[in-house]
Design a protein around this ligand. Structure first.
Ligand code: HEM
Length: 486
């Protein structure tokens, strides 16, 4: 999409200048820009509710084709849906001063308290500075063998030839990865299972609060309230059982150090440590788990691809060899599978609200407008991705593929709130997938039943029932854990 010179400038500077530093409400003249068109399919009285006939994801797909910016009327209030990668980037990264995250905060705060998901501005920047060192090269490299170890332990517990709810199993795995690799702590199997089960209850509550009209006070169901209280107790226990990584740069060590520094004043409170621990648990678990679950679903549909992934996995994990240094570099195809899964099944929308009037791509958005960045629609743009609904990891082969998608690939969002855990996800998802692919073949329990994708905070399969069959010839004596406790 073409961007005018005015659009390309930082909206913050331009529009603050226009209002002469007064509050947005005090600005008299409306800023120049086109009116945002209504999305097609609007009905009197019903608004755009008929677009939801097949669910939220087909609607987002349809809106993706309706135009770069459209207005959507679902119940009270108007939503502005952005389905163009360049414009999404403009909102997330270039015009950040014009956009807030009120909806995200409403959704997450009752569960996470004041963590990275709910903080904004200076408080957010300072908190991010504390945890970022955990996601740099050295601590991540030290974590990789531990991810293999956790996956190997998980694989040993997986009942073979039984019908599994794979989405739930992957949640258990990713919770355990978070507990042991990010927090360097331990949790008994029943706690991990409880966290995996409650992830769904909590994420449903988060979504309800995020999508409810802003004039309603944030809702909490009794089950959500009970789950949140227990979650805090679990987080306290995880924190108490923390054994710092050798390099001291694990998430919990960094937070503890900020709350209780050897010298000087604390930067954060003890409550903030627990808030952030819960934030990381929530942020990691659902997104990574559903990425893995969808990867299994897609591999089961494509045997050639599955075999190629198995060969890559065998070369690393089968036969008792010690792991090489940069494990993920030995998994190029598996990494592309993960990349393609995150394109087809992303976090469907990222929510923002305008804090004042602003133009995006030449369209005028009013103050306090609800803005939905339609990642699901952007990732299925046929102009960028030929056969956009087809799962094809090979589309990511070659340098050109990496550069020409530009901002039409935003699985981790962009700007100041871009996923801080992205470097961890880029390692943990392919490594866990490969470590399991070396051991098991997964098959749909009911091949004739299509698997439906549903929108939550993440795109999740509606009951992914699969059976895991151990692969013949896997050498269980492998030494994946040799350097696991770095
Ligand atoms: C497939 C895996 C993942 C996906 C698709 C994903 C996606 C995202 C997205 C889209 C956001 C930005 C939301 C926004 O702009 O408002 C985000 C934020 C965040 N993610 Fe992830 N994430 C993944 C894995 C992880 C992991 C493994 C961690 C922890 C290690 C993590 C921690 C976070 C945190 C703390 C934030 C808030 C960042 C901030 O606001 O500063 N995520 N993630």
């Amino acid at each position: 999409m073409e961007r005018s010179a005015t659009d390309a400038t930082d909206g913050a500077a331009t529009e603050a200048g226009r209002t002469g530093g007064r509050s947005p409400e005090a600005a008299v003249a409306p800023i120049a820009g086109r009116d945002v068109p209504n999305a097609p399919g609007h009905r009197r009285l019903l608004g755009h509710l008929p677009l939801m006939r097949d669910g939220m994801l087909p609607m987002l797909r349809e809106l993706g084709e309706a135009g770069p910016v459209v207005k959507l009327q679902l119940g009270p209030g108007t939503k502005y849906v952005i389905s163009d990668g360049e414009l999404a980037h403009e909102i997330l990264a270039d015009k950040t001063n014009a956009f807030g995250r009120e909806r995200m905060a409403r959704g997450f705060r009752p569960v996470t308290g004041d963590g990275l998901f709910t903080l904004d501005g200076t408080a957010h920047r300072e908190r991010r500075k504390i945890v970022t060192p955990a996601f740099t090269r050295t601590p991540l490299a030290a974590t990789t063998p531990l991810i293999c170890q956790v996956t190997s332990d998980f694989a040993k517990r997986l009942p073979p030839r039984t019908v599994l709810e794979l989405d739930h199993e992957m949640l258990k795995l990713s919770v355990d990865i978070a507990v042991r690799c990010l927090f360097r702590s331990e949790a008994p199997a029943d706690t991990v299972s409880w966290l995996a089960t409650k992830a769904f209850t909590l994420s449903r509550g988060i979504l309800l609060r995020m999508t409810a009209p802003l004039w309603l006070p944030p809702m909490r169901t009794p089950s959500g309230w009970r789950a949140t209280r227990t979650l805090r107790e679990v987080a306290e226990t995880l924190s108490a059982r923390h054994v710092p990584a050798g390099c001291g740069n694990d998430v919990l060590s960094l937070l503890d150090e900020a709350a209780c520094p050897a010298q000087g004043e604390p930067n954060i409170t003890r409550t903030a440590v627990i808030d952030e621990l819960i934030t990381f648990l929530a942020a990691n678990s659902d997104a990574t788990a559903m990425t893995l679950a969808w990867a299994w679903h897609e591999l089961a549909q494509n045997r050639d691809l599955e075999q190629a992934v198995q060969s890559e996995a065998d070369a690393l994990f089968n036969g008792g060899r010690p792991l090489p240094d940069k494990v993920v570099e030995h998994l190029p195809l598996t990494s592309r599978v993960v990349k393609e899964v995150m394109r087809l099944y992303p976090i469907p929308v990222v929510a923002r609200n305008t804090v004042r009037e602003v133009t995006v791509g030449g369209f005028r958005l009013p103050p306090r407008a609800e803005v939905l960045l339609n990642l699901y629609g952007i990732h299925r743009d046929p102009n960028v991705y030929p056969h956009p609904d087809t799962f094809d990891p090979h589309r990511w082969t070659g340098d050109e593929a990496l550069t020409t998608r530009g901002n039409a690939y935003l699985p981790f969002s962009a700007g100041a709130h871009r996923c801080v855990g992205a470097p961890f996800a880029a390692i943990s998802a392919p490594v866990a997938l490969a470590a399991l692919a070396a051991r098991f073949e997964l098959r749909p329990a009911h091949p004739d039943r299509p698997v439906k994708a549903v929108a939550g905070v993440v795109t999740r399969p509606k009951r992914l029932l699969m059976t895991a069959t151990p692969r013949a010839g896997f050498n269980a004596q492998q030494r994946v854990s040799d350097s696991a406790m770095v």
